[in-house]
Write a protein that binds this ligand. Structure first.
Ligand SMILES: *Cc1c(COP(=O)(O)O)cnc(C)c1O
Length: 463
């Protein structure tokens, strides 16, 4: 985060954290291409269009709030990742960021693989025709039923997360007469968040098996002895919304070190390493994400160098971007309901959604930006907090931002970069009806996940 004096002047010093990124953009009508999906632009009247369609038309046809997903941008990002990593590596889209049958079909067509971490995600992937060998199954507590289904349909790999699971998967595979391809997820003692990482974080977390204390080496020892398992590699995932490649560097070095130990002890060179996901995106203009080709080059160089110095053949690398693919491809379209100016503080702008469609601000203190999209305005900037309609004062969508002072009820505003972990984490709090996901492409819009209805809610309530 930038640490310069607040450009809005001392009047805002008491309401915004010192050095906060938010400053009135020199032009509130400008759309920063870093945070908006690729086909977003303003038309001659100043209204925002995406995929060639004006937001007012989308609001009229599909209602608000709605997630508007730019399909050609999604596909372009898939291709960029696939091209960057090339034929000697694999890109797995992390389905938990956002998954639907349409998304699975786009991934399939664009040549990506898919990570799932529950029976529900697996069912969605299978239903939409993702080739089963391109699916990887994750999770720290997969149920026996989930493992049985994953093994019997023949998923490409299961990522083992605990000592119990090593035995459980081996047993299930054997009883089904199969040999399951598996990786072991290790915790490398690296914790990466945004611009920093900690290389000596202790392994106080629920995922994976620690490299420290010989735990991971012991897990490998056990997995190699079990007939139901074909151990193909080591997996490491170090965090989320990461910009600094140094965390991956430490992680890769430690994983390669384990591969060398495995070779020395067992005489086998495991053919795969997975470095996980977690690559950051721009939520605000302050964020500077890396392009897939830079990431591919950095990771490839690190692994090649470490393997050379350990005398190992370079293994097949895989990565698991979720947010970095789908995050920037969607924005949430809201209608402004009420506006409350609080003298000397800020103006509260209430929208027709909130923490039920975007929990990230409340959950992670996430930062977002917001723009007036149904028109442009030359009015002065006003400091706003965009809040939802839920019965909770923490129901905040955008903590601090500037919108034009002539904002009025009925205006459409949009929060960009909500493609990841918004619809997938949406809830029915206050019996909210979860918004639809509308895919736009080349002048056409279609619902890929429809809006919930009161009938949907009442169907589950058996009375
Ligand atoms: C969450 C997760 C990802 C994806 O993380 P992003 O931040 O969306 O890229 C990838 N791999 C694993 C194992 C994860 O748990």
């Amino acid at each position: 985060m930038s640490r310069s004096a607040h450009p809005a002047g001392p009047r805002h010093a008491d309401v915004l954290p010192e050095g906060h990124w938010t400053a009135p953009a020199t032009d509130l009508n400008a759309l920063d291409e870093k945070v908006w999906s690729r086909t977003v632009t303003r038309d001659a009247d100043g209204a925002l269009t995406v995929g060639g369609i004006e937001v007012a038309r989308l609001a009229e046809e599909f209602g608000t709030p709605a997630y508007i997903l730019d399909e050609s941008d999604f596909r372009a990002r898939c291709r960029a990742w696939a091209d960057a990593f090339g034929a000697d590596a694999d890109v797995f889209y992390a389905g938990k960021a956002f998954l639907s049958r349409a998304v699975v079909r786009w991934l399939t067509e664009e040549g990506l693989n898919l990570d799932v971490c529950s029976g529900g995600e697996l069912a969605t992937a299978l239903d939409a025709g993702m080739p089963v060998e391109r699916i990887a199954f994750h999770g720290n507590n997969k149920t026996v039923a989930e493992i049985e289904r994953a093994v019997s349909v023949g998923v490409g790999r299961i990522v083992l997360d605990s000592f119990q699971e090593i035995v459980r998967v081996a047993h299930i595979a054997q009883s089904l007469g199969k040999r399951q391809r598996v990786q072991i997820r290790v915790t490398v003692g690296v914790e990466a968040h945004t611009h920093e990482f900690i290389a000596t974080a202790h392994e106080d977390q629920k995922f994976g098996i620690a490299l420290a204390g010989g735990q991971a080496a012991e897990a490998v020892r056990r997995a190699l002895t079990l007939d139901g398992l074909e151990l193909v590699g080591i997996h490491s995932h170090i965090g989320s919304q990461i910009f600094d490649m140094a965390g991956f560097e430490v992680s890769a070095r430690r994983v390669v070190q384990l591969l060398a130990e495995i070779r020395d002890e067992h005489g086998v060179e495991l053919p795969e390493i997975d470095l996980g996901g977690g690559l950051g995106i721009a939520y605000t203009s302050e964020d500077d994400p890396r392009e897939p080709h830079e990431i591919a080059k950095a990771l490839g160089d690190i692994v090649t160098r470490e393997c050379e110095s350990a005398g190992l053949a370079t293994p097949r690398i895989s990565v698991e971007p979720g947010r970095a693919i789908v995050g920037p491809t969607a924005f949430t379209l809201y209608e402004v309901g009420t506006i409350k100016p609080l003298e000397g503080l800020r103006t509260y702008v209430s929208v027709d959604g909130g923490m039920s469609d975007n929990i990230r601000t409340a959950l992670y203190d996430a930062e977002y930006s917001v723009s007036l999209v149904s028109r442009t305005s030359d009015a002065e900037p006003m400091l706003v907090r965009v809040v939802g309609k839920h019965c909770e004062s923490g129901d905040i969508v955008v903590k601090d931002a500037f919108l034009p002072a002539d904002l009025a009820p009925g205006d459409l505003i949009a929060v960009p970069a909500t493609g990841a972990y918004c619809r997938s984490m949406a809830s029915n709090y206050n019996h909210a009806l979860r918004p639809p996901v509308v895919a736009v492409r080349d002048g056409r819009a279609r619902v890929i996940v429809r809006r919930e209805t009161e009938e949907d809610l009442l169907r589950l309530d058996v009375g």
